[in-house]
Design a protein around this ligand. Structure first.
Ligand SMILES: [Zn+2]
Ligand SMILES: [Zn+2]
Length: 298
């Protein structure tokens, strides 16, 4: 061993001596308990996101309990309606839309039937009224047509009122001619008063049915477009996970996976934050629609 070799060996040994060593405290000897670290319970929070297995979960769906990562929580956090401040997963949001649409369709069908019955009543009433009034000229034919159409549209209310008034037509004054005249006057007055009431009722019913049908149709439309946006976002996150490091613009080229993806387009045009905020708004919209739909009195 020459001098250089010796120097090197000493240096290595000195280095070894420099490395600090850790001796764990011996709790039993000093009579203190060693603090221990207990990992957070994983029973309700599995580390992996259900939709993004590479991501750690930070919360779970309030409806089905699926684990959700930060990315999912940002998008499926609901800011209004019955789930305000909570999170819904992709599947539950989809299920909510399906429930909403099913309920809406049921309400729509019911209202549509009522509407058709009302219109049929109006048509039948109009024909009867026209024929009835025709003997007194075209003017009265038109008046009777409108009044009877209105009666036909609200037939049940009209006849309920009219039948209720019938006992009042029979008056006793001691003079049968006077009694008959008063009875006839009451009969005609009731007919016109109730017909005019029916006119307002039928108009109100038609306006209500039509606005209800257009509301349900627009609810179905907003729910469907909100769902499309959420679906596009799920697809976007899947493609981005599988193509880490790739440029979004490349993934959106014609024929590429995100070519027709509305969410990817939104990210490109408005940035990720705005796109995420929009998806969150869509989820909230769906939850709120669900609440409105369930409170609709069909
Ligand atoms: Zn869920
Ligand atoms: Zn996720």
């Amino acid at each position: 061993m020459d001098l250089n070799d010796f120097k090197e060996t000493t240096a290595v040994e000195n280095k070894k001596a420099d490395i600090p060593t850790f001796t764990p405290p011996e709790g039993k000897k000093v009579g203190k308990s060693i603090p221990t670290f207990t990992p957070p319970s994983t029973s309700s929070l599995d580390p992996a996101c259900y939709y993004h297995p590479e991501e750690r979960s930070v919360g779970h769906c309030v409806r089905c309990g699926k684990n959700l990562c930060r990315y999912c929580c940002d998008s499926f956090g609901v800011t209004g309606g019955e789930y305000a401040g909570k999170m819904l997963c992709y599947d539950c949001t989809k299920k909510l839309v399906a429930d909403n649409v099913q309920q809406l369709q049921k309400n729509y069908d019911y209202i549509h039937n009522q509407y058709m019955m009302c219109l049929a009543g109006c048509v039948i009433g109009a024909v009867i009224g026209f024929l009835w009034g025709l003997s007194s000229g075209i003017g009265s034919a038109l008046v009777y047509m409108v009044l009877c159409a209105a009666i036909g549209g609200s037939a049940s209310n009209f006849f309920r009122r009219f039948i209720g008034a019938v006992p009042g037509f029979f008056v006793s004054t001691g003079n049968w001619v006077v009694s008959l005249c008063i009875g006839l006057f009451k009969f005609v007055a009731c007919f016109f008063i109730y017909a005019i009431m029916a006119l307002f009722e039928t108009a109100r019913k038609i306006i209500y049915f039509r606005s209800y049908m257009s509301q349900t149709a627009s609810c179905i439309e907003t729910d469907s477009s909100a769902l499309q946006c959420i679906e596009d976002r799920m697809e976007y996150s899947r493609v981005m996970q599988n193509n880490k490091g790739m440029d979004l613009a490349d993934l959106m080229k014609e024929g590429s996976e995100l070519y027709n993806n509305s969410y990817a387009r939104m990210v490109q045009e408005q940035g990720e934050d705005k796109a995420e905020a929009f998806v969150s708004k869509c989820t909230t919209q769906i939850a709120e629609n669900g609440e409105i739909i369930r409170s609709f009195a069909a």
